[in-house]
Write a protein that binds this ligand. Structure first.
Ligand SMILES: *[C@@H]1O[C@H](CO)[C@@H](O)[C@H](O)[C@H]1NC(C)=O
Ligand SMILES: *[C@@H]1O[C@H](CO)[C@@H](O)[C@H](O)[C@H]1NC(C)=O
Ligand SMILES: *[C@@H]1O[C@H](CO)[C@@H](O)[C@H](O)[C@H]1NC(C)=O
Ligand SMILES: *[C@@H]1O[C@H](CO)[C@@H](O)[C@H](O)[C@H]1NC(C)=O
Ligand SMILES: *[C@@H]1O[C@H](CO)[C@@H](O)[C@H](O)[C@H]1NC(C)=O
Ligand SMILES: *[C@@H]1O[C@H](CO)[C@@H](O)[C@H](O)[C@H]1NC(C)=O
Length: 154
């Protein structure tokens, strides 16, 4: 619950400004982006120079500013990415239900209100996989990642 309220507060800021962070700029995904279950999702960003030696997390969320749902930690289980990458490919995207989603990126273990938030973009799927926030599993800490995170070629 504590985690959720932090996320919601940060999102309220993010909706007005798209990115709440001075440390990152997210270029993709954005409003015209569509992610399709089973395909590859691409995230592109730039990080400030003080983060170039850090490892970053990418999270997927859905819902609105007053009711955000944590969907998944793409960078669970050793999938952390160096913040100095500028592009990551997520493959295959899990089969979450179609809707409006957003991502955030920030340093591993950092406060999520310092993360950068993308705008909403469209996600297309049949919903055979539930958001972690709606299941009782410890998937984000225990299981093998369902989605590989690899550096994209620039
Ligand atoms: C990120 O941004 C926040 C707020 O803008 C700032 O306090 C912090 O020092 C920056 N750097 C890191 C590594 O989070
Ligand atoms: C979702 O359902 C449609 C229609 O049955 C199917 O064509 C598509 O492959 C399904 N997508 C996934 C990711 O399972
Ligand atoms: C990028 O990050 C990795 C992992 O932290 C680090 O080893 C590497 O030196 C960094 N590269 C630059 C150019 O900062
Ligand atoms: C936010 O989501 C909740 C639950 O889905 C909904 O009841 C509420 O109307 C939504 N608010 C806005 C501004 O979309
Ligand atoms: C995401 O996974 C990393 C391990 O790769 C972990 O350190 C981090 O705490 C996780 N974040 C969340 C929000 O679960
Ligand atoms: C993820 O990467 C591993 C090792 O690179 C590979 O063996 C596996 O097939 C990949 N899984 C998917 C779903 O792409």
């Amino acid at each position: 619950m504590k985690f959720l309220s932090v996320a919601v507060a940060a999102l309220a800021t993010a909706v007005a400004s798209v990115s709440a962070s001075t440390n990152f700029t997210i270029f993709e995904p954005w409003g015209e982006t569509t992610w399709t279950a089973g395909k590859t999702g691409t995230v592109t960003w730039s990080a400030s120079s003080d983060l170039l030696q850090s490892f970053c997390e990418i999270h997927l969320l859905t819902g609105n500013a007053s009711d955000a749902t944590f969907v998944t930690n793409f960078t669970a289980n050793g999938n952390l990415i160096p913040c100095n990458y500028t592009k990551a490919n997520l493959h295959p995207l899990p089969d979450y239900a179609s809707g409006q989603y957003f991502i955030r990126i920030g340093p591993n273990g950092g406060a999520t209100d310092n993360y950068a938030y993308s705008g909403f973009f469209k996600y297309v799927g049949n919903g055979t996989v539930l958001p972690e926030g709606e299941t009782a599993t410890t998937e984000s800490t225990g299981a093998t990642p369902a989605t590989n995170v690899t550096e994209g070629s620039a």
